[in-house]
Write a protein that binds this ligand. Sequence first.
Ligand SMILES: [Zn+2]
Ligand SMILES: [Zn+2]
Length: 126
Amino acid sequence: MDCPKCQANMEEHRIGTLHGGVMVDRCTKCYGMWFDIGEAERLKDKWMSDYIDSGDPSVGRKQNKIRDVNCPRCGKTMEKLNDPVQRHIQYEACEEHGMYFDAGEFTDYKYETLMDIFRDFVSLVR
Ligand SMILES: [Zn+2]
Ligand SMILES: [Zn+2]
């Protein structure tokens, strides 16, 4: 899969959680991260971003300005979403496939907040 922001190759990483492994695609160049919807929902208790979100936040901030991106799975333009509390965090989502985060954005997130927003978003479009 290609990174929707910089078109570099994305590599799959497996994160171990209490509920089993979760697959995350991470860009080899800008370290942006893609979560498939089903995968993100399997992250239940513990936030594992420390293990995977190892990109340079300054690169992430630059990539954060690229907001017109297409879903790497279906090619549709993704929705631009903001965290209502932490407004500096902006991410992109495809309602059918998943979410894309720039490097460093994930670490800022409280997991519960993230999933609340995403569920609201998914129920809104369905
Ligand atoms: Zn990239
Ligand atoms: Zn899609």
